[in-house]
Design a protein around this ligand. Structure first.
Ligand SMILES: Cc1cc2nc3c(=O)[nH]c(=O)nc-3n(C[C@H](O)[C@H](O)[C@H](O)COP(=O)(O)O)c2cc1C
Length: 163
């Protein structure tokens, strides 16, 4: 089963966390994950259209997602994401910096696309990931494991829904 992770990362932190999410997904059997950097414009359209889940990663910019993600949504009419599982994660400098708002902003777009929005919520207990995984400057390294768990939960749910 294919899963795509689309992200933008100027300084590399969101990219690192995208890789952690992918690592977690690969714990689940028969999951094939590919990462697409939105700044490279190199999305494999076939792989994306065959993906059962699509996950978006953004740095937090002014308590919202980066504009590169918004631009992608505005110009992505050709991709039909309807019915796929969708999720989002963010990196940010500060706990009060609005990473949850950045994630919510993306989740709204996923709903508009007709995706099945998912985070795991509190269904699995600790770590609680209510809206999506967040990594802050102060606990960046410690957050890696949580991003793996986030990826694993999304992949599990995709298998449950689409196998
Ligand atoms: C233009 C700009 C706006 C930012 N706004 C916020 C913000 O509102 N809240 C916050 O916590 N961090 C903010 N940051 C910090 C980034 O979200 C943070 O450093 C992020 O991890 C960078 O990700 P990257 O290394 O993948 O580019 C901002 C950074 C930039 C460049």
């Amino acid at each position: 089963m294919k899963i795509s992770i689309l992200y933008y990362s100027k300084g590399g932190k969101t990219k690192i966390m995208a890789e952690e999410v992918a690592l977690g997904m690969k714990q689940i059997q028969n999951i094939e994950v590919r990462l697409f950097d939105l700044s490279c414009n190199e999305i494999d359209e076939k792989f994306l259209s065959e993906s059962k889940a699509v996950v978006f990663g953004t740095p937090t910019y002014y308590a919202s997602s980066c504009w590169q993600i918004k631009k992608w949504f505005d110009e992505s009419h050709k991709y039909n994401l309807a019915g796929k599982l969708g999720a989002a994660f963010a990196t940010a400098d500060y706990a009060q910096g609005g990473a949850d708002c950045a994630i919510s902003f993306i989740l709204h777009h996923l709903m508009v696309k007709g995706m099945l929005v998912y985070s795991g919520g509190s269904a699995y207990g600790q770590p609680f990931i209510h809206l999506g995984a967040v990594a802050l400057k102060e606990n960046f390294e410690e957050s890696k494991r949580m991003f793996q768990v986030f990826g694993e939960r999304i992949a599990k749910k995709a298998v449950e829904l689409f196998s």
